[in-house]
Design a protein around this ligand. Structure first.
Ligand SMILES: [Zn+2]
Length: 289
């Protein structure tokens, strides 16, 4: 679940100063105004959230780091940002879309009880891990060096929010009892980011690659499946990984009636201007028999 979208630009390591920690109760998760995702306003308010609002904590490892000042300037309330991202994940991965027929799976999210955001001077971009004590308590480590390297300045807020949304998905997505391919894990995380309108400007569809390459490449493929098979398809993919181990052939055939290679080939045809089979049904396919 380590995210390495791009090499961070160097910022000199500074001597550490006293860490600062803040604890926020996210009981208002998802209640913030969401101007980015069009489907947010259509959620019935009566539906209970699948994700129980976690305890949110902020730990700043180095107040003197220039990345810290940038973070605090564009994220004055990290608790609100994280809580709204949790609400987005609940909506996109666990609430059946309005009008969707895909409501056969009861929504259950992993029981993450707390999320600690650790801002620290490190290589890379960000990663998520369980805490030393209990896997129900997660830590998101976010590189101050990377935050300091984000240019232009106008991208700072959306990039921070995008990275944190991606990492928070890792706290609340299923992983097929640890057997899910890493590319699919990362693809679901970036699909949520994509659906939140937080994709960075450098993201592109790469139809020459592999469906399981992860990140935006898999995210755009998942969005293709969402469009082709209907809203809620990615929810079903996530839900299927709650209790079942991942077995490539059976996983996709039982869910969508085709092998993932066939699905990806159709996606590539669409992206490149060719023609797929164009059918959204789940008819039997020889390759799935
Ligand atoms: Zn990731």
């Amino acid at each position: 679940m380590v995210m390495r979208e791009q090499d961070p630009m160097g910022a000199d390591a500074l001597s550490s100063s006293a860490p600062a920690s803040v604890v926020v109760d996210a009981s208002d998760a998802g209640s913030g105004d969401d101007k980015r995702a069009s489907s947010s306003s259509s959620d019935p308010a009566s539906r209970p959230a699948a994700i129980k609002p976690p305890k949110l904590r902020l730990h700043i490892q180095d107040l003197a780091h220039p990345g810290t000042a940038k973070f605090l300037r564009v994220v004055p309330n990290a608790g609100d940002l994280l809580a709204q991202a949790v609400g987005d994940i609940d909506r996109l991965l666990y609430r059946p879309p309005d009008g969707s027929k895909k409501q056969g799976t009861r929504p259950h999210a992993p029981p993450t009880r707390s999320v600690t955001l650790v801002l620290e001077d490190m290589d890379g971009v960000a990663y998520t891990t369980g805490s030393d004590l209990d896997d129900d308590h997660k830590e998101i480590h976010f590189s101050l060096r990377y935050i300091d390297s984000i240019h232009p300045e106008e991208l700072l807020a959306s990039e921070i929010r995008g990275v944190l949304t991606h990492e928070l998905v890792h706290c609340y997505q299923w992983n097929a009892c640890g057997t899910c391919p890493g590319g699919l894990i990362e693809g679901v995380a970036d699909w949520v980011r994509l659906r939140c309108g937080l994709e960075p400007p450098h993201w592109r569809k790469h139809p020459d690659g592999d469906w399981a390459s992860g990140y935006e490449q898999t995210a755009y493929f998942l969005q293709y499946l969402e469009t082709r098979f209907g809203p809620g398809t990615v929810q079903e993919i996530n839900a299927k990984m709650r209790r079942h181990k991942y077995r490539g052939g059976a996983f996709w055939c039982k869910l969508l009636g085709k092998t993932v290679d066939e699905l990806y080939a159709n996606y590539v045809k669409e992206v490149t201007g060719g023609e797929g089979d164009g059918e959204g049904d789940r008819s039997d396919d020889e390759s799935c028999s």
